[in-house]
Design a binder for this molecule. Structure first.
Ligand code: FAD
Length: 446
């Protein structure tokens, strides 16, 4: 028989790998198992579908199963891989529609099983009206609830980027919204001084922000959510979304003894190989190397899932591709406030044993006199002894956030402050002040 590649998971990482292999090789049979009903869908777009900015969920599908099939990929929907038999090099699949279990042999296997929302095991969690947002079906259920039940008061549990995006969605729909965070601050990927700016933006848009408020229980009435119970009191809510982080779906890998790393993510090398020959992993189920920390971390993002999927596919297609690793870049927004970070935060740098210096710049996204200029604050971090850039955080109005890419590029290149300050960045009044705010922040340190 033909050489056979089996993919487990039909979204970003899995289908990037499959498509890349197909581009390079026509002599390989490719089978992709997906336990859900969709392929290549944009989880990242779900908050904007809930907000109503994206009218139809179908707009979030980049490539349908039929399109993949036309491309020569045998997509098997609603079919879950429930076991791996390494000795026989077979996967054990369960077709949920036919209620049939069968085995499928493989020569090469890609694990792209993604992640699942972290659970909040408190009383009342099963009440109707409490959702997580990690799939098209979950988003549909939430949107149906909003349309059918017409809730007035929403609570979001978790102040990370997903929580903030959902808070925006609820505000866009006119719901009174409370954001409940167990930790000291919202946006734990930012330092407290920058997170403070995000909290201010939330409050300005009438979101009630509660920090240091771990959820103790959900109060229900007739099986439906009535309130969220926290040490700060009872918050009335008739719809709740929980977004407190994700955990890698690494059970298949762990059950067969594959090496796992931080947070139980499947450990991969720079070619996306696992510890078992012929088995590869990519995306939210896997770890990734961090260029500044010099070790692997769990940093699940769509941008990395696509890249790791591509690396898998290139290698399986006969090339020799290596992923150089991430520098910890992420971006989100709440309404008009853009929030971005790259590299290490002050806290992360200290934990890594680095002596860090920080500089802040308060500036504008365009020349101050130019119409449409909005505020932005940049925090820049560098290593005290060497002047090497370590990271940056940005909070500001429209046009602020994507400037993080300049710093991410500089981090990848290992630039020092001096090198960064004199980069030939573009300037004209409609685009930036004469010194870009990220450079102004770096100048504070030089
Ligand atoms: P997934 O997208 O989780 O896909 C894994 C697939 O595997 C799923 O379809 C699942 O059904 C299937 N599967 C799992 N186990 C099995 C099995 N045993 N058998 C068969 N099939 C299986 N990232 C960003 O970079 N930017 C953003 O703005 C952003 N926003 C986000 C917003 C939200 C609300 C969410 C939830 C995530 C967001 N992300 C964002 C993260 C991004 O969506 C993920 O990093 C990305 O989807 C990971 O792709 P993946 O293919 O590794 O995993």
């Amino acid at each position: 028989r033909k050489e056979r590649l089996v993919i487990v998971g039909g979204d970003a990482a899995g289908m990037s790998a499959a498509s890349q292999v197909r581009r390079l090789r026509s002599d390989v049979e490719i089978i992709a198992f997906e336990r859900g009903a969709f392929t290549s869908y944009a989880l990242c777009g779900l908050p904007y579908y809930v907000a109503g900015y994206v009218a139809e969920w179908s707009q979030l599908i980049a490539r349908t199963p039929e399109a993949h099939r036309r491309n020569g990929i045998d997509v098997r929907l609603r079919t879950e891989v429930i076991g791996l038999d390494l000795a026989r090099r077979e996967v054990i699949a369960l077709d949920h529609e036919q209620r049939r279990e069968y085995r499928e042999p493989f020569d090469q296997l890609v694990l792209a099983t993604g992640a699942r929302p972290r659970e909040l095991a408190v009383p009342g969690r099963d009440a109707a009206g409490i959702f997580t947002l990690h799939g098209i079906e979950e988003a549909q259920a939430l949107v149906d609830w909003l349309a059918r039940e017409r809730p007035q008061r929403a609570a979001v549990v978790g102040g990370g980027y997903i929580g903030i995006e959902i808070a925006e969605a609820f505000r866009a729909r006119g719901l009174a919204t409370t954001l409940i965070e167990a930790g000291e601050q919202v946006m734990p990927m930012l330092d407290p001084d920058m997170a403070e700016l995000v909290e201010r933006a939330l409050r300005e848009e009438q979101v009630t922000v509660l920090t240091k408020a771990p959820v103790e229980a959900f109060a229900t009435r007739g099986g439906r959510i009535r309130a969220v119970i926290t040490p700060a009191g009872e918050i009335a809510a008739d719809v709740v979304v929980i977004g407190i982080g994700v955990e890698p779906n690494s059970e298949l890998a762990r059950a067969t003894g594959l090496v796992v790393g931080e947070r139980n993510a499947v450990h991969v090398d720079d070619r996306c190989r696992t510890s078992e020959p012929g088995i590869w992993a990519a995306g939210d189920c896997a770890d990734v190397s961090h260029r500044l920390l010099g070790r692997s971390v769990y940093f699940p993002l769509g941008t990395t899932a696509n890249k790791q999927g591509r690396i898998c596919g290139l290698n399986l297609g006969g090339r020799d591709a290596r992923f150089p690793g991430i520098v910890g870049t992420a971006i989100t927004r709440f309404g008009d406030t853009e929030i971005a970070r790259t590299g290490l935060s002050e806290r992360e740098a200290r934990v890594a044993g680095l002596s860090v210096i920080t500089g802040h710049a308060r500036s504008t996204t365009r020349s101050g006199y130019f119409p449409g200029a909005s505020w932005m604050t940049v925090k820049m971090l560098a290593e005290e002894s060497t002047g090497r850039l370590l990271g940056a955080q940005i909070v500001g109005g429209p046009g602020a956030g994507k400037r993080i890419d300049t710093v991410a590029t500089a981090l990848s290149a290992g630039l020092t402050l001096e090198e960064f300050i004199y980069l030939d960045l573009a300037y004209a009044p409609p685009f930036s002040p004469v010194w870009d705010p990220v450079v102004v922040a770096a100048r504070k340190l030089a």
